[in-house]
Write a protein that binds this ligand. Structure first.
Ligand SMILES: NC(=O)C1=CN([C@@H]2O[C@H](COP(=O)(O)OP(=O)(O)OC[C@H]3O[C@@H](n4cnc5c(N)ncnc54)[C@H](O)[C@@H]3O)[C@@H](O)[C@H]2O)C=CC1
Ligand SMILES: C[N+](C)(C)CC(=O)CC(=O)[O-]
Length: 487
């Protein structure tokens, strides 16, 4: 039976959590008194469905079911994880925990999304304070892996089980060992935010100039190496020591105003909101979310290819899910949904649609994802084995256009220890824009000749190939070039 998550407060962050759990296969109950909650949740979920699967090279788990419930007790009774994401007001959060704990199963973790409160503040007069931990995520929760885990009076086993749950839904729990206002990451965000408010208030820079200062430069560095690793390199060959010697003293120069906060008043709000409207008002918030999400997917995919930073979290998650994904794939006779792509500007040719090589690329991404699913991944390749394609027949049936979202599915036609015969469909809204029939041979790459796949690969490939025998053979399989097309 699927695990159950209760989400209390289904706004920006609660909606993101709901999507994260649902797409990881959990059943989710959301309690939120907002009459608009259902619409808002469905919009967040739509964004998540369009982006998160693109980070996975395994088949995704079967999506859980979503229930919007009318009472707190319906949401939390029977829940295996409770995530509180109500507005950042201490009294409200404390009241909510009392309500939760009068209906929840003892021993269930109650994660709070709070950006700044400490567990010792949150517990108030909770009946079971040890269950309350901070699990502070980052927006969009369904794409960014970081979650700051700040335990309160929580026993070690409950902390470990909380970490296990967070990893199972694809997140990276950062254990904050000592509680502190605003945890670790929000302290940085607040510091940068304060400096930015000063720069706008003092008329030094606009919101757009500040965003450019981040996104054209150090923001890109931070996203892949963080602060210390980046500055270690900036110290040249002498590394961090030289960097500190050179730039340490400047901390006492007037390079920062961090201890000083600009007065929060209507004038400041109007100044910043006005500049932000001028900068980005041509987009709706939903449009901005989609732009943000597809940029993040692009970054994260690159980091995943390099097995670096947040990309390593994605790889580890795939590895941890491999056996379940193979089992799920073998349990159902259906083509495997393996690659999620979006047609990018550089993929468009002089005919105004996706260029020929990108159709093949989309198919290769699908077969590569299948290889990773059965364990023929980079480690396997580095150990001297791989699959090489020896015959390929591709058909083009539709014109993929800029921005189209494509899904690559794969059906195994035949497989034995030395070769696989597969059929790939590239779908847009369920209709094939291209198909590919391919034979791949298992090789000993050093010797440069075919050889049987290792037993652990066959243990995964065989049950999937067996399940796919029940699928109808695609009409296009076995076609010769130029053969008349059936209507
Ligand atoms: N927005 C952000 O960037 C981030 C926010 N957070 C934290 O997440 C929490 C929620 O923030 P947002 O989602 O941004 O706020 P939000 O205003 O978008 O959502 C809060 C939701 O809680 C609902 N709510 C109010 N009272 C409730 C109750 N008694 N029971 C159930 N639901 C109730 C509201 O109807 C609303 O839908 C806060 O603690 C915030 O600090 C954490 C990370 C990032
Ligand atoms: C501004 N904020 C404090 C609500 C930010 C966060 O809590 C994390 C984020 O997603 O930036």
């Amino acid at each position: 039976m699927a695990k159950q998550a209760a989400i209390i407060g289904g706004g920006v962050i609660g909606g993101g959590w709901a999507a994260r759990f649902l797409l990881a296969g959990w059943d989710v109950a959301v309690f939120d008194p907002d009459p608009e909650a259902e619409r808002k949740l469905s919009e967040v979920l739509e964004n998540a469905r369009a982006s998160l699967p693109a980070l996975s090279d395994m088949t995704m788990p079967k999506e859980g079911t979503l229930r919007l419930v009318g009472t707190m007790s319906e949401a939390v009774s029977g829940a295996d994880w409770i995530q509180e994401s109500v507005p950042e007001r201490l009294e409200l959060k404390r009241k909510v925990y009392q309500q939760i704990q009068s209906h929840s199963r003892p021993g269930t973790v109650i994660g709070s999304s709070t950006s700044g409160f400490k567990p010792s503040e949150l517990k108030g007069c909770a009946t079971r304070p040890e269950e309350i931990v901070v699990t502070h995520p980052f927006n969009p929760v369904y794409l960014l892996p970081l979650v700051e885990l700040v335990p309160g009076e929580t026993p070690a086993e409950l902390i470990e089980s909380a970490k296990e749950t967070l990893r199972a839904i694809g997140m990276h729990p950062l254990h904050v060992r000592k509680e502190i206002d605003a945890h670790i990451a929000d302290r940085f965000l607040e510091a940068v935010w304060r400096e930015a408010l000063w720069l706008v208030k003092d008329g030094i820079a606009t919101t757009e100039e500040i965003d450019d200062a981040i996104r054209m430069g150090f923001g890109l560095r931070w996203g892949q190496m963080g602060l210390f690793e980046t500055y270690r390199i900036a110290g040249g060959e002498a590394g961090m020591k030289h960097f500190l010697e050179q730039f340490g003293p400047c901390l006492t120069w007037p390079w920062t105003k961090l201890m000083d906060v600009p007065e929060y008043n209507e004038e400041l709000v109007d100044l910043i909101a006005g500049q932000s409207d001028a900068q980005s008002g041509q987009y709706s918030i939903r449009e901005l979310e989609r732009i943000r999400d597809s940029n993040l997917v692009g970054f994260l995919r690159v980091l995943k290819d390099r097995n670096w930073g947040a990309g390593k979290v994605l790889r580890d998650h795939d590895d941890a899910r491999r056996e379940d994904a193979v089992e799920e794939a073998a349990a159902e006779a259906a083509p495997l949904e393996l690659a999620h792509l979006q047609v990018l500007p550089g993929w468009i040719d002089y005919n105004g649609h996706m260029t020929e090589s990108r159709y093949l690329y989309a198919c290769s991404e699908t077969t590569d994802a299948f290889m990773r699913l059965i364990g023929a991944d980079m480690a396997y390749v580095e150990a001297g084995h791989s699959y090489y394609s020896v015959e390929t027949h591709m058909m083009n049936m539709g014109e993929a256009k800029l921005g189209d979202r494509l899904l690559g599915t794969l059906q195994v036609l035949e497989a034995d220890a030395k070769k696989m015969h597969v059929f790939v469909r590239i779908l847009r809204d369920g209709e094939a824009v291209a198909t590919l029939e391919q034979i791949l041979v298992h090789v000993d790459s050093a010797a440069g000749r075919a050889c049987p796949a290792r037993p652990e690969i066959m243990d995964r490939l065989r049950p999937i190939a067996e399940a796919h025998k029940a699928l109808p053979r695609p009409q296009a399989a076995g076609r010769f070039t130029g053969q008349r097309r059936e209507k």
